[in-house]
Design a binder for this molecule. Structure first.
Ligand code: SAM
Ligand code: SF4
Ligand code: SF4
Length: 366
């Protein structure tokens, strides 16, 4: 977050509704080729099983590029590559100088779209969420009677993407997402090994939220230790591996406690969130909830018409009740903003300086 100094300083000065988002996250589709039992968006997807139209998707990309928004993330909702216009939208965003990212389950990456995906993105994160074919089947369950070994298929596509990137001298970061629940808890080592052999740049290990209580207890109590041990084993056995292993251990407890120990949510204006229905939302956790929609993007009322409507946006922001917010990946950002609000200019500057020394890193845009 601290790389976006201008926006952070504006938030700290109380001008949060004046800022240009640092990134726009879009769900090109609510449809999905997989059917993950853990998917946080499954009920919202079922209620609105739609794609974003080509007109609105391409208009959004043009608007984001023209305004100079730094990044655009294609995610879901459902599977972004189910929308037939996603790849050309990413291509156009890249042409406009926007740092483009894709989060995908990987099952719809083909020989035909693979090179364009790599050429057009700064990062692709593939949600693998397993260390073996068997667990991948339990976790992701491909739809439409797909009989192939989806786990191996995705790893092969990762390898192909890495090969293409290196042959072309590109810098696209290709990473793997690995969600932890009782099915995958003991497969972190296997996941790291597969990621290493596929040539991925990183594997990001994080807990599933929305787990039943008994599973939460298992993950909260066992995951930090078990995950750490498996990472150590991998690092011990693969000393020369270039794979970066990211595991944010405090999140394993923090997520389920869902303790909002900050006064306000100040992070939401950093990111514009567009759902597959074309609604612009307060944040991705509240995506699909009418109360937190700023309004629907149309050809007449475009993204920035809504974004710059401070009356509507402040009304929605005022309705945030932190105690009712779901587990949220922006806790760290909100804590830091809260802390910085109470600090003087020297202390604030020190946070930005610490970044220059390379102490704070994140694989994606924020
Ligand atoms: C909803 S998916 C959409 C993109 C694509 N279909 C995929 O799975 O990568 C976006 C991200 O949400 C994550 N996700 C979905 N349900 C989750 C849950 N219950 N807990 C944590 N992350 C979840 C996925 O792992 C993925 O990284
Ligand atoms: S692949 Fe992604 S969007 Fe599809 S069901 Fe799984 S987590 Fe949800
Ligand atoms: S869930 Fe709540 S705390 Fe998290 S980003 Fe959304 S409004 Fe902010």
């Amino acid at each position: 977050m601290l790389v976006h100094r201008k926006q952070v300083e504006e938030i700290l000065e109380g001008k949060s509704l004046d800022i240009l988002p640092v990134s726009v996250e879009v769900d090109p589709s609510n449809k999905c080729n997989h059917d993950c039992g853990f998917c946080a968006y499954s009920s919202r997807r079922a209620a609105n099983n739609v794609h974003l139209s080509e007109e609105i998707l391409m208009q959004l990309v043009e608007d984001v590029g023209e305004k100079g928004v730094k990044g655009m993330l294609f995610t879901g909702g459902g599977e972004p590559l189910v929308n037939p216009f996603t790849v050309s939208a990413m291509e156009r965003a890249n042409e406009l100088g926007v740092d483009t990212g894709l989060i995908t389950n990987g099952g719809m990456i083909t020989d035909k779209n693979l090179t364009t995906i790599v050429n057009s993105t700064r990062f692709v994160r593939l949600s693998l969420d397993a260390g073996t074919t068997e667990s991948h089947r339990i976790m992701h369950e491909p739809k439409n009677g797909v009989k192939r070994d989806e786990f191996r298929y995705i790893l092969d596509r990762i390898r192909d993407m890495v090969t293409h990137r290196d042959a072309e001298g590109l810098e696209t970061t290709i990473g793997i997402g690995f969600l932890v629940n009782p099915t995958t808890l003991h497969e972190v080592y296997d996941g790291c090994k597969e990621a290493h052999f596929a040539g991925a740049n990183y594997i990001q290990i994080r807990p599933i939220y929305d787990l039943p209580q008994t599973q939460q207890t298992i993950v909260r109590e066992q995951a930090p230790n078990l995950v750490r041990k498996q990472i150590e084993r991998f690092k011990g056995e693969f000393k020369d591996s270039a794979l970066k292993v990211h595991a944010h251990f405090p999140r394993f407890a923090d997520l389920y406690a869902n303790h909002k120990d900050y006064a306000r949510c100040e992070s939401h204006p950093l990111i514009g969130v567009v759902g597959a229905t074309g609604e612009l939302y307060l944040c991705c956790q509240h995506k699909g909830t009418a109360q937190f929609s700023y309004g629907q993007i149309t050809q007449e009322r475009r993204f920035f018409d809504i974004w710059e409507d401070k009356v509507v946006r402040s009304g929605v922001a005022e309705s945030i009740q932190l105690g009712l917010c779901p587990p949220c990946k922006y806790n760290d950002m909100n804590r830091l903003l809260d802390q910085m609000k109470g600090e003087g200019s020297e202390q604030r500057a020190a946070h930005f300086e610490s970044l220059k020394k390379g102490t704070i890193q994140h694989p994606n845009n924020l």
